[in-house]
Write a protein that binds this ligand. Structure first.
Ligand code: V0D
Length: 247
């Protein structure tokens, strides 16, 4: 029997899939509240949605998925919640790493390493190392990431280079600037998705989103399934991307 996912899948043009999809995984806390559960139960349930997104991305031959897992602002949440979140990469990799390896998924991360507990960082680095040679799909986690912080960090390192006469400021262009971003080896996101109905970017990939298409799904992240990703991709494929030009 063809389910909702197969129905949308049949409409997708496999030659026009977005190369890089970035996702703001919002609505875990509200999902939990609606069910009378603690917020952390929502975060844990959100892991299942990551699995769905990976599976569907592999079916479509999508090259990069970036997941906004923890922002530079998330430190302001209650300490108990922050501690729980910082344990999730470890928990996730214990459970999923074998699968990811079999699926040919390459783990990557962007964001500021400072302030991330050593145990968390070591688990992530181990995941990156053990999947380094995979090439089906890059699963890029934004951890302690902020778009403005990323840009400031780039500007400071460029200023150092100019001061040391290793770079002529006249030569600074978009390509040079890109080399100083966490995402230097990744294509810009073609499509940015935010779940749970909020219509904001919240300091995510500010530089990289210059020409990204945006999709806001009303579905809370733990309820976000393969069919919801396909819905976003189907809409994306029916847009007219002009990059400022006329066709
Ligand atoms: C909570 C729902 C996987 C959204 C999914 C530290 C928010 C579950 C990771 C993860 C989080 C990160 C790096 C890595 C492997 C896995 C993760 C955080 C939150 C914040 F290398 N899920 N996940 N990290 N949530």
């Amino acid at each position: 029997m063809a389910g909702e996912k197969d129905k949308i899948m049949a409409k997708i043009d496999l030659d026009k899939v977005p190369e890089h999809i970035a996702i703001i995984m919002d609505g875990n806390g509200r999902w939990a509240r609606k069910k009378g559960l603690p917020r952390i139960a929502g975060h844990r349930a959100g892991v299942e949605s990551i699995r769905e997104v990976i599976e569907t991305s592999l079916e479509l031959n999508i090259k990069v998925i970036t997941l906004f897992a923890f922002s530079t602002e998330n430190w302001k949440r209650p300490r108990k919640e922050v501690n729980f979140l910082m344990n999730l990469p470890l928990e996730y990799l214990n459970k999923e790493l074998d699968n990811l390896k079999k699926q040919g998924v390459k783990i990557n991360k962007i964001g500021c390493e400072e302030d991330i507990p050593e145990k968390t960082l070591n688990a992530v680095k181990k995941g990156i190392k053990e999947t380094y040679n995979n090439n089906k799909l890059i699963l890029n986690f934004a951890l302690n990431y902020g778009g403005r912080a990323e840009i400031i960090n780039a500007v400071k390192r460029i200023a150092d280079k100019v001061e040391n006469k290793e770079l002529d400021s006249n030569n600074i262009d978009e390509n040079i600037f890109n080399e100083y971003l966490y995402t230097k080896d990744l294509p810009d996101p073609s499509l940015i998705i935010r779940s749970s109905g909020e219509k904001r970017i919240s300091n995510f990939l500010l530089w990289q989103m210059a020409y990204s298409e945006l999709w806001f799904s009303p579905v809370y992240w733990p309820d976000f399934k393969g069919e919801h990703l396909l819905e976003a991709i189907y809409d994306y494929q029916n847009r007219d991307r002009r990059f400022g030009k006329v066709k």
